[in-house]
Design a binder for this molecule. Structure first.
Ligand code: ARG
Length: 578
């Protein structure tokens, strides 16, 4: 409510700007304080006294002008000017109570559907075939999936596009190596260790000339549509994606096999795209290669930079594929909004591909496109997150370790569980903690992967929020009483009410900005506000009258539901007992 009051005051000052010379830094100076004495309302500001001097006005008169220019807001019952020029605000708690009552009846918890549903294509996860999912794929997967859930909750039509790296010259080598393995073992092969597979394939390619020759011929055959090479290629893709699917399922990520739209999907569009760009003079030939030169593309020295879209040997590039990909997403899905959850290091690449797509008209003006970039995941030493020997951290190993650590934590706490229940709790806490650690930081910054921090039951962590949820649920196990009519009397109730009513706004901002950490921060604050309410306002204690009890139970129920829904939008599960 404090923020609401602040924004009203600010709006008033904005209006007064027409007649007065209001200092431009006023926003940072506005102070809204809770009143000590309720007869003076709930919040007060001394802004009129602050401004009196610079504007050369009497503070009480100035206060009157500010009050007169305040926008109407149902959430404020009335204002009063007091003492030397304080402006006091009385919260409209009846209005709050009736809003909360509606929320209690509403499955959507007061979150409206978007006024216009958009077709949104979200590019996320995008691992590479026959390679371990690297850290940037984990971030993309977890953050992208949370945003997808939010968009769908708001009623948008979302297409999940898993832009898997499933095409390129390395496939000759991989097919030749798969063939070698199959011949040697006499049976199919299990690609459980991608890193070793890739490394060995590369070693054969570098050390064995006849292997390398075969690998090169396989690339050509694969590109020419040869059925043997195609089948082998498909096998590699399938083995990789089966393994990744197991990870998605374990992570509670909503991607499935039908969302795979790998680079190969755009392959047959590439010759036409290059032709089209050439025929319209957007691309030109330069020493056998086809290049796009644009004023916008310059290197650090300010020299004009060419973007190659076809190499002189006829090969296409990652950029060419992304140009075709934009065209496909606009034409095929009638997209209004294209979102890409990709490592910030690929920014220049994306900018180049999209600029070309805009100029070529593949990306109409009214379609928005955004690089929802994220920073790196760092180890505690501040260096890129790696295994002790410098290898890629396997996501599977990371999740195994998370579960092991949570299991040990539960042992330490000594709570008794049924084995089945315990396994489920361990799983939900571990996965929740790993995902939340990533989601709760502003995605644009690098973040430090820290087991102790993410698994703590205190602070802005998933275990803390999950615990807050199950603690509220335990209240309902202790009583037959039901949530009833809400009345807001206590300050802590008012604070909780305001927080609960802000849920819809927060969800909307996650959708606008593609920033799930806003929702994390909100849920963390909600839990804190709830805990303060619960300490200050007894619910089931003797002496609490029926009406107060049922009102407070309603606040508890709403808090639990918002927590559960909020965590669900982040792809994190709750449990009734913990
Ligand atoms: N496979 C790529 C990588 O591993 C990410 C692809 C992202 N999507 C895209 N449309 N370029 O870095």
């Amino acid at each position: 409510m404090k923020n609401i009051v602040a924004s009203l005051v600010l709006a008033s000052l904005n209006k007064l700007k027409a007649d007065f010379d209001i200092p431009s830094d006023i926003e940072s100076k506005i102070r809204i304080d809770r009143t000590k004495d309720k007869s003076h309302g709930d919040f007060a500001t001394n802004i009129a006294m602050l401004l009196a001097k610079p504007l050369g006005k009497n503070p009480r008169q100035l206060a009157e002008l500010i009050v007169a220019a305040l926008p109407q807001d149902e959430r404020v019952a009335k204002t009063e000017i007091a003492g030397p020029g304080f402006i006091n605000f009385f919260v409209n708690s009846d209005h709050q109570a009736s809003q909360l009552q509606n929320m209690l009846q509403d499955e959507r918890l007061g979150v409206p559907l978007a006024a216009t549903a958009q077709n949104v294509v979200v590019d996320y996860s995008a691992p590479n075939v026959a390679k371990e999912m690297a850290v940037h794929h984990i971030r993309s997967t977890v953050i992208g999936d949370a945003v997808v859930r939010v968009l769908e909750f708001l009623g948008h039509k979302v297409t999940r596009a898993n832009h898997v790296g499933d095409w390129g010259t390395q496939f000759g080598m991989l097919i030749a190596y798969l063939e070698k393995c199959e011949n040697e073992s006499g049976q199919g092969m299990d690609l459980s260790d991608f890193e070793a597979f890739y490394r060995e394939a590369k070693r054969c390619f570098d050390e064995d000339e006849s292997f390398a020759t075969k690998a090169r011929s396989y690339v050509v055959r694969l590109q020419g549509g040869d059925s043997y090479c195609y089948d082998m290629w498909q096998k590699l893709v399938k083995m990789t994606m089966d393994q990744n699917q197991a990870i998605y399922d374990r992570l509670n990520v909503t991607l499935s096999q039908k969302d795979v739209m790998g680079e190969s999907l755009y392959n047959n569009m590439l010759p036409q795209v290059v032709e089209d760009l050439m025929s319209r003079g957007i691309a030109v030939e330069d020493q056998g290669a086809i290049v796009v030169y644009l004023d916008e593309f310059k290197n650090k020295e300010g020299e004009k930079l060419g973007i190659i879209i076809r190499k002189s040997d006829g090969g296409y590039l990652y950029t060419t594929t992304d140009i075709a990909c934009v065209k496909y997403r606009v034409e095929h899905f009638h997209a209004n909004r294209l979102m890409y959850f990709i490592d910030s290091r690929q920014h220049q690449h994306l900018e180049a591909a999209w600029k070309i797509a805009r100029i070529a008209g593949y990306l109409p003006e009214d379609v928005t496109i955004e690089h929802d970039a994220f920073g790196m995941m760092l180890g505690k030493d501040g260096k890129p997150f790696k295994t002790r020997t410098g290898g890629t951290v396997k996501l599977k190993d990371l999740l195994d370790e998370a579960e092991k650590r949570v299991d040990a934590m539960l042992t330490e706490r000594g709570t008794q569980y049924e084995p089945q229940e315990r396994a489920e709790i361990v799983h939900k806490i571990a996965i929740g903690a790993v995902k939340y650690a990533d989601l709760s930081k502003n995605r644009l910054t690098d973040y430090i992967f820290d087991w102790e921090q993410m698994l703590a039951f205190e602070g802005n962590t998933a275990p803390y929020l999950q615990y807050a949820y199950s603690r509220i649920q335990s209240i309902f196990r202790k009583t037959d009483k039901q949530p009833g009519n809400i009345t807001i009397t206590h300050e802590a109730e008012e604070a909780l009410a305001t927080k609960l009513l802000a849920f819809g706004e927060v969800v909307q901002s996650v959708s606008n900005k593609a920033m799930p950490h806003l929702l994390c921060t909100y849920l963390f604050e909600l839990s804190g506000t709830f805990m303060r309410f619960y300490e200050a306002c007894p619910v089931l204690k003797d002496g609490v009258d029926e009406q107060t009890c049922s009102s407070r139970l309603a606040l508890c129920a709403l808090s639990a539901r918002v927590l559960k829904q909020g965590l669900n939008l982040l792809g994190i599960e709750v449990m009734e007992k913990m």
